[in-house]
Design a protein around this ligand. Structure first.
Ligand SMILES: Nc1ncnc2c1ncn2[C@@H]1O[C@H](COP(=O)(O)OP(=O)(O)OP(=O)(O)O)[C@@H](O)[C@H]1O
Ligand SMILES: [Mg+2]
Length: 288
């Protein structure tokens, strides 16, 4: 495989499962033989690194002022100069490996002020293309097959950077009336971005999450979402699974559970089929 595929988890809403989705799709892709890098732009709390049990160590490095360079450094005007000084492997201290096989670039407190720093850049192109420039010049050469980016649950300069760099959005949606509205808003958001910046953002994957099919309503929403997003809808939905929540708290994904519950097994299967579909949708399925 040649090019590195990219996608960014985006929805202008908190708590729908963006981080969970990035973590599980990442591991699913890894299990399907892809080399995967996850990038956490979702805020200083380090949720993605927590999901893989590597945040405590990284937090120690942050506290000791040793988490440098970090994800916020690469947005800096001076990044190219810094990278040059760092020598042959400028990302050696930026990328963390995990027990589940995926690599990740953790969040950092510097993300706190990144949105406002970016808003000081007058030139829109300059403001929104920093992440793309970083991925193009420093990450693509590392040979990852897929880069997944976790974004904040809001539309700001940071999420624009993620969408611009990836051009493909992954969206976990819950099943409910409010969520249906949210998905509509998402489509409008993506259209607005496309109009403002003269760039298409493809909604690559809509993944129904936390689905409880014991309720009739959930079934109806599943059908409605499938009708609304015939191309992007994932082959299967992720059920509500207490195991997912518990695993996250233990710093692992549902794939690392030795004795997965029925819902955890169902979630794994859904992530695996979604991952395969995502690769197809991103154009990495082999056929040009
Ligand atoms: N399928 C699921 N079953 C049960 N719990 C889930 C499922 N998916 C996500 N969760 C839980 O829901 C909560 C929110 O998920 P997550 O952190 O992935 O959402 P998010 O969109 O990244 O939120 P934020 O906008 O705050 O970053 C977490 O506690 C997570 O463990
Ligand atoms: Mg999150």
């Amino acid at each position: 495989m040649g090019d590195t595929l990219r996608a960014a988890a985006f929805l202008d809403k908190g708590g729908t499962g963006k981080t969970t989705t990035v973590a599980h799709l990442g591991v699913a892709l890894q299990q399907q033989g892809h080399r995967v890098l996850l990038v956490d732009l979702a805020g200083k709390q380090g949720d993605l690194a927590k999901h893989f049990g590597v945040w405590a160590d990284y937090q120690d490095r942050i506290d000791a002022d040793e988490a440098w360079p970090n994800i916020s450094t690469v947005f800096d005007d001076a990044w190219p100069t810094i990278a040059e000084k760092l020598g042959d492997e400028p990302l050696a201290d930026l990328v963390v490996s995990t027990a589940e096989g995926v690599d990740l670039i953790p969040a950092h407190p510097g993300l706190d002020t990144l949105d406002s720093e970016l808003s000081n850049i007058d030139n829109a192109r300059q403001r929104y293309t920093r992440l793309e420039a970083f991925l193009d010049e420093y990450v693509d050469s590392l040979g990852y097959d897929v880069v997944l980016i976790d974004l904040p649950g809001m539309t700001n300069n940071v999420s624009y950077n993620g969408l611009w760099a990836a051009r493909h959005a992954i969206t976990p949606v819950e099943m409910g009336p409010f969520e249906a509205e949210q998905a509509d808003a998402l489509r409008r958001d993506l259209e607005k971005i496309a109009a403002n910046f003269d760039m298409e953002i493809d909604l690559a994957l809509v993944l129904p999450n936390k689905v409880d099919t014991r309720t009739k309503l959930a079934e109806e929403y599943l059908e409605a979402f499938a009708a609304e997003y015939p191309n992007a809808i994932a082959p299967d939905y992720v059920p509500y699974s207490q195991d997912i929540r518990n695993a996250a708290e233990q710093g692992r994904t549902a794939f690392a559970l030795v004795e997965p519950s029925k819902t955890a097994q169902q979630a794994r299967d859904a992530y695996l089929s979604a991952a395969a579909r995502l690769v197809e949708r991103l154009g990495g399925g082999g056929s040009e």
